[in-house]
Design a binder for this molecule. Sequence first.
Ligand SMILES: NC(=O)c1ccc[n+]([C@@H]2O[C@H](COP(=O)([O-])OP(=O)(O)OC[C@H]3O[C@@H](n4cnc5c(N)ncnc54)[C@H](O)[C@@H]3O)[C@@H](O)[C@H]2O)c1
Length: 305
Amino acid sequence: MNFFLELFKVLGLTTYYMLESLVFLFVPKRKKSVSGEIVLITGAGSGIGRLLSIKFAKLGATLVLWDINQEGLHETSRLAGENGAVKVHAYICDCSKRQEVYRVADQVKKEVGDVSILVNNAGIVTGKRFIESPDSLVEKTMQVNTMAHFWTCKAFLPAMIASNHGHLVSIASSAGLIGVNRLADYCASKFAAVGFAESIDVEMRSLGKTGIKTTTVCPYFINTGMFDGAQTKWSRVLPVLEPEYVAEKIMTAIRRDQEILFIPRSLYVFFALKNIMPVKISVLLAEFVGAYNLMDNFKGRGKKD
Ligand SMILES: NC(=O)c1ccc[n+]([C@@H]2O[C@H](COP(=O)([O-])OP(=O)(O)OC[C@H]3O[C@@H](n4cnc5c(N)ncnc54)[C@H](O)[C@@H]3O)[C@@H](O)[C@H]2O)c1
């Protein structure tokens, strides 16, 4: 196509999509049903993974729950059952280990069936200055927060492609969009998770697999215990989020096929500015939102957790 014709088409469609988004602000999209879907959630043994499990259970989905924490998994299965889960299948799976992911994925396919909604949620954080972070933890962070997404996609995406039906959900972080002091490896792992999810989305579109949706979630701090001790600078603009609120937002985004979700909303403004402003202003903004000191009093989960 001629350059100007294509440009004209892009401008026309841009106007149309802007208007469409505006309409959706006032008349929200209908939420799709997840009843009967096979939903796999990694890191389902606590926090956001547990809350999402309960919410999917209430909506009639078949649950496949993965975690390394047996006790946590057991408790989530119990709560899912109490909340009307049709079927709950819990598996111990260390997502940081490729072969273990493939082995347990095969078991799931045999025992439950093809996963149609994959929620990559398991995550860890070290919370030290980069040069003080043990190499083993830096590696583990990349393995759990990023590479696990590769292996679960390799395992479950082919069946989604074959049926042109599925949903890939990546629980990333606002730390996947901005560098933060004492979170270098965590930020790297989350930037990578965001890039991976976006690329798979592009890959599915290029294959014409429009039935496979992606949702990437980038929340600020959530009060689950993972980031205990971390403090927010301006709690009115960037509050520490309540897990229940975040889980509900994630469910709505999944059920409306929303590609990207930032929580809270103020992040949309910060990241838009970060991307268009000169670097000096981005640095100023990072300082303003507290990116230098957020982790000064970080404790995280105790060893026992
Ligand atoms: N808590 C926050 O402030 C926050 C903010 C932004 C994004 N996130 C992200 O949200 C997701 C959920 O976090 P959360 O706050 O519920 O944390 P959480 O610690 O409550 O839950 C994480 C779960 O992942 C599991 N897990 C850890 N390593 C694993 C492994 N190798 N294999 C399988 N499971 C493993 C843990 O056992 C735990 O049950 C994470 O990806 C996290 O990075 C959290």
